[in-house]
Every structure is written in C-alpha cells, then in structure tokens.
Design a protein around this ligand. Structure first.
Ligand code: DQQ
Length: 539
C-alpha cells in the first residue's frame, strides 16, 4: 500500500498488477509452498487466463515466478482455467487443469477439456517450468454433459482398489454434480458409473474439492487417507450464489459414494466456509506441518472501472488451517495459520472493560490499517435477549436490517475497524444475541454500510450465527485488518466472514480501532489483544 494505492495489502497475496481469480494447484513440495492462480497478464479485468505461480516457505512472504501455464495449445487457446496439483510419487508433482477452447468438433462451439502438465525438472523445488503432455486433452465432456459445464479437476487420490480418482465439476439440467473419474496411469481416465454426489436446484459446481479430515484433533491428513477416525469434506463453489459450500460426510471408497453426515444440511448443499466474499477455494495437505490449509479467492466490492483505475483486482484470502469441529462433528473450524503471528508488532492488551449501553471506546496504542485483533466478551444477562427467529435463510438480511448503529437489547456490540476519527467511516464487526426457537443464538455480522464515503461500492452486510450452549461463558472474535480486506473469525473459527472495504479517510495512519455497545444491556470485555502488523514480502 502507498498514498496512491491505499487498498493494496500488507500481508495478503496479490500479484503486482492486473486481474487475479481462483487459487490453483496448491501444494507443499520439497520445502516450498506453491500457489498458482488464475491471472490475466494484460488487464485488471477477467480474460486471457494463465496460471500465475508463486512460492513461499511460510505462506506469508511470496516470490512470484514465471507463468506456469499460458494458453498456447489448440485445446486451451482461450485460457488455462482452474485445476489442481497432485503429487503422484516422491518426485512427481503434476497439474491438472481445464483448457477452454473453441473447436469445430464441439456441439456448442465452446468447450472445456481437461489437460495435464508436468514439471520440466522435478528436482527443482521451485518447479519453475511446466510442460503440457502430448496426450492432451486427457478428457472431454461426456455426451450427456454440456461441454461448457465441465471443468475444474480436483487433486486426485488413491481409492481402495489402488486406482486414482478425481472429480470434475459439472451441471446437468438444474442439478449440480461432481463427476468421478478413475485411472491407473493418471493419463487415461474413465468415468465412474455415478457422479460422486449431486444436488438438485444448485448452480454449476465449480472448483470441487474432496478431502479427508480427522474426527479428532486439529491435524490434517494426506488426501488419499481413509478409514477409521477419518471423515470427508466435499466442497463446491456455486456459480449462481458465488459462495463456497461444504458438507461433512463419509467417502466409501469401495462403492465410490459420499454419504453426508447430516442430510438436512446437505439439502442446501451445506454450510458456507465464509459468509462474506470467498470463492473458488481449495485445500491442500501441508506435509511439512501436518495440517490442512484452505485458501480462497476474495474479489473486489468495487466496480470494474475502479479496478482498471487502480490497475489490479482481487486478493487471496489469508491461508487458514481447517479441522473438524468436535462439538458438532458436521462442521469445520477455520483459523489463520500460525505463521501470521510473526508479523505481530506493537500491541495493546485490555481486560475487564465494561461497555455500558451506547458506549464507544477507542482502543488506543495501536493504529493503522494492518491489525490483528482478538476480543472476548463475557456473556451478558441472557434473560434480556430479545426473541427473534434466525436461521440460515434469514440471517444475512437480519444482519443488514439490524446494522451496527441500531439499538437492541443484547447488542449490537463488537469492534469498529478502519474507523475515521469522526466515525463517519467505520466497518463494524458485531454480535447480537437473540432468543431463537432452538435456544440462544449470537448473530455474527459484518456491516460495511458505513465503511466508505465513496459511492459505487457494494456495501452489503454479511452475517451468520453461532448457537450458544449452556456451558458457554463468552463470545470470541478475531479480526484481521489489511487495508481493504477484513477477515473475521467468530467463536474460535465456527463462523468466518470476509469483507472488502475502501475507506477514503480511514487510510494509512488515520484508521482507528474502537469497542462499541449499542445494546441497552451492559456487556463486559473479558480480554482484548490487538497488534499492529508488519508487511510480508511479495516480489
Ligand atoms: N474460474 C475459472 C473456472 C472456474 C471459475 C476460470 C471459478 O475454471 O470454474 O477463470 O471462479
């Protein structure tokens, strides 16, 4: 970030210029993390899609290398679309991706085909150069699938019969599906009898991801692992709602079936990784630290004219570790990777701060646009909670209607970040506790409505909720602030919300941090810890 580029970030991955979208081909290989990404070399708008490539030893500092894949073959002339990396042997990383082309044999003229690339030199830990194999394209759409709805191969895994499996996202009529393919040599693929999973009345399933997760603990597990103590997560990106949804279930490798743990949750295709801006995400197993990492694409909330003006568009969300929530066994917890803590600098710490009705308290001692904030509130007098039925279908609208400045009973209370000293600009992250049909719920809202004086921005509020059990005594919120991105993690990562904001006054060192309570009941801050964050190096 600089005076002329106040929205560029300090510790989020972004190329030096132009348009970026999905993360692709994430892997940990010979000591390096590899991030590939959909990138337009020529403009700050989507198009001419190549695979950009960056490497890192800590997922904070990145070195951008030469482009890994560019459209230069008949089967990918219009773009090298999303795909994945699989490490198929000790020294054998491969990339699978979707080629987008326009060929005469196609029923629809425009077609998506799957292709494969291998490193020129797999002993080079940076894997700088990639070669597309002779056999490409390795797959074209089956006859009953429209060839414009056939893309985004997953990382492959080995099933109980010793053969490779992979998924490809698709849509048939109004049903989104994950087509399943098998192979013994990774080059010749055969379609399985049934898709792994499908759900009616969903959009096209873009960027599917299937991975194992341990029933207990925070560790991750290698992608082909299955058996006792292992469940699976199936995630899809729906092109109509532009959100990433996941279902926890069991993958039965003998029958190649996926059984959702909770059919009711699965009907809507599941829970969201994030209730704000977060799309086309992917996970990978980090064999260095034994954890599973999730990275999602975070696009802009400003207009394309703005993108062209500033010369770039989109960020990657800060990498998150994911594991199964032991409380529910059918949802995930997500938390920023621990490496971020090495960027923490000047800090403040507060405890037992009462927040009376209507209070606004500046957190002094940290300022600016790069912060990591952790706050914990004692649960207030729960008998004062207003009755309000919230569920997945109405929670975002409820968050918007409430807004941070409304006065309720138990809330809204929380943090204002990127706030100007006159408060005209502020992004609010707040809780609002209600007595809902099935017990207490805390709405978790991200209110962008006053985030900027500029117009021509999407300032929609986002939100979700957490159920508050009898044994809970506090509400916890962690917020990462980085110029134009705010990522919130509530209750230890049960609910995550990413938003993009473009303050005009609360920029550089003019951004302040506040605690507020607009409820009529008092709340108490048990603890607050906030750090100013150093910038990572991306070059
Ligand atoms: N973006 C890619 C597609 C994918 C979509 C093209 C998801 O492969 O389906 O840039 O954002």
């Amino acid at each position: 970030a600089s005076q002329s580029q106040p929205y560029r970030t300090g510790f989020h991955f972004q190329p030096t210029k132009n348009w970026m979208n999905d993360p692709n081909g994430l892997m940990f290989y010979k000591g390096y993390y590899h991030l590939f990404y959909q990138w337009n070399p020529y403009a700050a708008v989507w198009g001419n899609i190549t695979w950009g490539h960056a490497v890192s030893t800590d997922m904070l500092n990145w070195r951008i290398l030469q482009l890994a894949l560019v459209p230069d073959q008949w089967y990918d002339l219009y773009g090298c679309w999303s795909g994945s990396a699989t490490i198929i042997g000790p020294d054998k990383p491969v990339l699978l991706y979707t080629g987008w082309s326009n060929v005469s044999f196609s029923r629809d003229n425009q077609v998506q085909m799957q292709a494969m690339a291998v490193p020129e030199n797999s002993s080079d830990p940076l894997l700088e150069k990639w070669r597309k194999i002779e056999e490409n394209p390795i797959l074209v759409a089956p006859t009953d699938i429209n060839s414009t709805k056939f893309r985004d191969p997953t990382e492959a895994w080995i099933a109980s019969d010793g053969k490779w499996r992979m998924l490809i996202g698709a849509k048939r009529k109004n049903r989104g599906l994950a087509l399943l393919y098998k192979s013994s040599d990774f080059v010749h693929w055969e379609q399985a009898k049934h898709p792994l999973h499908s759900v009616p009345r969903t959009g096209m399933w873009e960027c599917p991801d299937l991975y194992p997760i341990l029933v207990a603990g925070k560790n991750g597990i290698e992608t082909s692992a299955n058996g006792h103590g292992v469940m699976h997560v199936l995630k899809v990106s729906l092109d109509d709602t532009k959100h990433d949804y996941y279902t926890v279930g069991t993958y039965v490798s003998d029958t190649d079936s996926f059984l959702p743990a909770n059919a009711a949750l699965d009907a809507g295709i599941g829970l969201q990784y994030d209730y704000g801006k977060f799309y086309a995400s992917k996970t990978f197993y980090d064999s260095g630290k034994g954890r599973r990492i999730l990275i999602g694409w975070v696009n802009e909330s400003s207009s394309s004219e703005n993108d062209i003006g500033k010369g770039w568009s989109s960020l990657q969300g800060f990498p998150r570790q994911v594991w199964l929530d032991g409380d529910t066994k059918n949802s995930l917890l997500q938390w920023p990777i621990e490496e971020i803590e090495s960027l923490r600098r000047k800090s403040v710490s507060l405890s037992n701060v009462p927040l009376k009705a209507g209070s606004l308290v500046e957190v002094r001692g940290v300022e600016g646009t790069q912060l990591d904030v952790e706050v914990e509130f004692d649960l207030p007098r729960m008998d004062l909670a207003e009755a309000l039925n919230v569920d997945a279908s109405n929670v975002q609208v409820t968050c918007s209607n409430l807004g941070a400045s409304r006065h309720g009973a138990l809330g809204p209370f929380g943090l204002l970040v990127l706030a100007s000293d006159d408060h005209v600009e502020q992004t609010a992250l707040f809780f609002y506790i209600v007595a809902s049909e099935h017990g207490w719920k805390a709405l978790v809202c991200s209110d962008q409505s006053r985030s900027s004086l500029a117009r021509d921005l999407d300032k929609t509020s986002y939100g979700s909720y957490v159920s508050i059990s009898q044994r809970e005594t506090s509400l916890r919120l962690r917020v990462l602030v980085d110029h134009s991105i705010v990522e919130s993690f509530a209750q230890g990562g049960k609910v995550c919300i990413t938003s993009r904001v473009y303050p005009t006054k609360a920029i550089n060192n003019k951004a302040h941090l506040y605690l507020f309570n607009n409820g009529t009941a008092s709340v108490q801050v048990r603890n607050l810890l906030a750090w100013e964050m150093a910038s990572a190096k991306i070059d």
